[in-house]
Every structure is written in C-alpha cells, then in structure tokens.
Design a protein around this ligand. Structure first.
Ligand code: MG
Length: 339
C-alpha cells in the first residue's frame, strides 16, 4: 500500500480526484485552480464548514476511514438541513502525516462522495497537506434555498411547539459507553447508541419535506447537545422553552445506557451529544401535517415541549407538573470540564 511520501502530492491528488463524479452544476471541476459552480437562478447560497481532528473528534480504534468520511459528511449535511437547504457542492481539505497510506484516504473520500451523493451533492475540489502531529479533515459544504426561504435559529414564538427528530442523547451515550466498556460496547444491546454516534443519518430530506409546509418557524441541529442547542435557538429567537421531561426521557435504549453508566436518562437526553438531529419550533396549526411528513419519511418526530415568553429560561416539567430549571450543558469545545 503506497504512502503519500512515496506517491507525492500530485499523484495522490489525481487518485483522490478519480472518485469524484461529474455534475451538471459544476462548470469547471477538479483539476483547475478553483471550481466554477452554477447556482440555480433565484436561489440563496448557503455555506457551512466542519473540521474533525484526530483524537478529539474521532477515536481511531473505532472508526474505519469510510465510517469517518460518512460521519463528516453528515455533520455538514446536518447544518444545511437545519437551514432547510439543498446541498450541492463540497470542498475537502485533508491534513495527514506523510506516512499515511493512500488507500484509506481514497476510501474516506469515496464514503464522503456516497453520503453527499444520496442528496445529489458532491466534492468539487480540495486540498491535501502534510502535517507533523494530529491529522485533520475539513469539509466545506455549499447548498441553496429558494430566495429568502432558509430556516434560521430566530423566528420561534411563544406557543410554538418544540419538536425533535430521532432520539437525542444517544450519540453522546454511545461515546460514553465506548469509553466505559471498551470492546464490550460492541455488544448488540448497545448497537442503537453506538450507531447513533458512529453512523448518524442525514435529516436533510426530512427538513426539505417539512419546509414545504411553511409551519417550521425556527430550527437548529443538535450537534452539541439538546439543552445547549435549544438554548442557542431560544437566545436567537428571544424566547424560553418548557420541556416535557417524561416525553423526552421516553427512550428505552437511552434508559438502559443510563443504568449501565449510573447517570439519569434525562441527563443523557439533554447533555453533550452530537446527534445531528433537528430541533424545531413548529406552528401548532402545522403539527399534524409535520407529523405525517415525518411518519412518511420513516423518521421519529416528537413534540417535547412548548416555547414561552420568558427569554432564555429553560424549564423541565415532570409528569406530575413539577417544574425545575434546566442547565444548558451542551458540548463546548473550549470548556475546561470536557466530558
Ligand atoms: Mg449546527
């Protein structure tokens, strides 16, 4: 298996470019100094970028190059989903040690292409550089929406429903299980949690289907943790939120993980977790239509609370009406106390 040092930069780039597909919206593709892209007329361009750093964003003993590539693609797709944008073009930058073999990089890039390709997006260019220390990957994703129609974090109103797709907290629980149990975390009983962490699904198709209703007033993706990301949405919208904690904790897989980890299920559901799920403010009159769309898409969409007129206040409401302030404890990359 040749290494990058043996191949040299230009041959390595040629092999990476060979996995890329041609697309009609790409006027000049890989091989020139820059890509030339053609957005649809009347569209707004939507851009996001995400970096993964070895040891910090992935555990080498758990992630194959394909799993890592797919997860990096979903991290970016999730940000465009939170804007209800259609992904189109991606730029991939790779920083690797020069003794890195070429095949795993080709495999990684193929997985990114496949994951983006399911939503008709693809890699149109990139960069390869040698590093001495930790390796890193950076993916930039460009997409488009009809002019003025992107979802934003602002727009939630008191009385709107707070809804979430999938099962927030599972990804964070998967990381904790992998750290606590090591190889035993690969047992079938933990698979839904390990899968949520290692192989999250893109919610892009669901987001774009929901956007058609006009009933989603604000949105964010859960990339740091439900409570933390909800706090960001509330801050941007100038509202607060009440969460039905019994509805949120309704997840048997998360409850089992909480018992094994000796923590509360609610702490897992609210705490640090990069689930890449959608957190939405939905106009109550659109609830039934949104639930039907999610059901047809095969994605759980649960109403777990209501937005209030108390800015910045997150309150948990228990099954017997007991109320308690919730701490927004999402994942903070620069906080000293990292979990
Ligand atoms: Mg985001």
């Amino acid at each position: 298996m040749p290494t990058l040092r043996e191949l040299g930069e230009f041959e390595a780039l040629r092999r990476l470019a060979a996995t890329r597909r041609e697309r009609p919206t790409v006027i000049v593709g890989p091989g020139d100094d820059a890509a030339v892209l053609r957005p649809a007329p009347g569209c707004d361009l939507v851009a996001t970028t995400d970096a993964f750093v070895e040891g910090r964003h992935w555990l080498a003993e758990w992630f194959t190059p394909s799993a890592l590539g797919a997860r990096l693609a979903v991290a970016n797709l999730s940000d465009l989903a939170a804007m209800a944008a259609t992904p189109r073009w991606a730029l991939l930058s790779i920083g690797v040690r020069e003794d890195h073999a070429i095949e795993p990089l080709v495999e990684l890039q193929r997985a990114i292409e496949e994951t983006l390709g399911r939503e008709e997006a693809g890699i149109v260019g990139g960069n390869l550089t040698a590093v001495e220390g930790a390796e890193w990957l950076n993916l930039t994703l460009l997409g488009e929406t009809a002019m003025g129609r992107a979802w934003t974090r602002f727009g939630a109103r008191p009385g709107d429903l707070l809804a979430v797709s999938g099962h927030p907290g599972r990804a964070g629980a998967g990381v904790l299980l992998a750290r606590a149990l090591g190889e035993k975390a690969r047992a079938p009983e933990w698979q839904p949690l390990i899968d949520a962490w290692m192989a999250p699904a893109s919610r892009g198709p669901l987001a774009r289907a929901l956007a058609v209703t006009g009933g989603v007033m604000a949105a964010i993706d859960v990339s740091d943790g439900l409570a933390g990301d909800l706090a960001h949405l509330c801050e941007a919208s100038g509202v607060g939120a009440e969460i039905d904690t019994a509805a949120l904790a309704e997840d048997a897989a998360l409850a089992r993980a909480a018992a094994a980890l000796k923590v509360k299920p609610l702490d897992l559901a609210l705490g640090p977790s990069d689930d890449y799920e959608l957190l939405l403010a939905i106009d109550p009159s659109s609830r039934a239509e949104c639930e039907r769309i999610a059901h047809d898409a095969g994605v759980p969409l649960r109403a777990i609370g209501t937005f209030t007129d108390a800015p910045g206040t997150l309150v948990g409401v228990g099954s017997r009406g007991a109320r308690a302030a919730l701490e927004p404890r999402g994942f903070d990359h620069f906080a000293a106390d990292r979990s």
